[in-house]
Write a protein that binds this ligand. Structure first.
Ligand SMILES: [Zn+2]
Ligand SMILES: [Zn+2]
Length: 275
């Protein structure tokens, strides 16, 4: 049976259990669950645990506790925490540190939900004698600072994004020297290494003479790995970043754009040397 929304069913401010919780609560004619759906964040913010440090919102494995989902903590406090860290880096708190364009791009991009849900969205990785050492960081300011200290000490240190990949910044698109590829997690160009003889099928942009533009084709590709963070060329952001970008203008009369990568043929064996 369908209840009429208008006749005698009006909830007044005093009737609705959320009335005292939701700011500027208005009388409404629908149910309290409809009211909850409209005001979830306000209501959940009211009931979430009170905490004094950011860390308390995360469980032992570093994930945001469910009581904080869809609350002011997730929607306002965490983004502000990370925004301030980013501002601190840009304001030159770490003035001695030279920021790469990848790092600058990451600092200027608001964190995704996936990143906010992790206590340590960043890490600093140092490679020493073929081994990787990792230090987890709660925000970008700590990460940049830690990277600077470790770089001074060990000669190399990279800020790595742990829960989100970044595409290549516009100014580097199509500009990487041969052999270098954009790593979406190290947020810098890397020389990716072949993983044993593993291959996979992935989309690759290839030039079509017929269409006079790049088209995506599924190709068998060699599996490659970043020597620092361990991400592979199967990653979506890697695939987007390390393809020819359509910014190159084809001059009138040009018959062909030079392919950036080729499949090398050795005897009968086709060696894939591809992105
Ligand atoms: Zn209500
Ligand atoms: Zn990497």
């Amino acid at each position: 049976m369908r209840r009429s929304l208008t006749s005698g069913n009006t909830m007044t401010t005093s009737d609705c259990p959320w009335a005292s919780i939701v700011p500027r609560h208005k009388d409404h004619e629908d149910s309290e669950s409809a009211c909850y759906a409209r005001n979830t964040v306000a209501i959940r913010s009211h009931f979430r645990p009170r905490i004094s440090t950011i860390e308390e919102a995360y469980d032992a494995s570093g994930h945001l506790r469910s009581e904080f989902l869809e609350t002011d903590f997730e929607r306002v406090i965490l983004p502000r925490y990370h925004r301030r860290a980013a501002e601190a880096v840009l304001m030159g708190m770490n003035g001695r540190v030279r920021l790469t364009s990848g790092l600058r791009q990451a600092i200027r991009t608001p964190l995704t939900y996936n990143q906010l849900a992790h206590r340590h969205p960043w890490a600093v990785i140092v490679v020493r004698r073929g081994r990787r050492y990792r230090k987890l960081c709660a925000n970008i300011a700590t990460a940049v600072h830690t990277a600077a200290l470790l770089e001074e000490k060990y000669g190399n240190a990279t800020v790595v994004s742990r829960s989100r990949g970044y595409v290549i910044p516009p100014k580097l698109r199509g500009k990487l020297p041969k052999g270098w590829m954009w790593c979406p997690y190290c947020m810098k160009p890397r020389k990716f290494k072949r993983v044993a003889n593993e291959t996979f099928y992935g989309l690759r942009k290839v030039w079509s003479d017929d269409k006079q533009r790049y088209v995506f084709r599924e190709r068998k590709l060699a599996l490659l790995e970043c020597p620092c963070c361990g991400s592979t060329n199967r990653d979506t952001n890697f695939r987007r970043s390390n393809q020819p970008w359509e910014v190159r203008r084809v001059k009138r009369g040009a018959r062909k754009i030079k392919a950036r990568h080729k499949t090398r043929r050795r005897g009968n064996k086709i060696e894939v040397v591809v992105v």
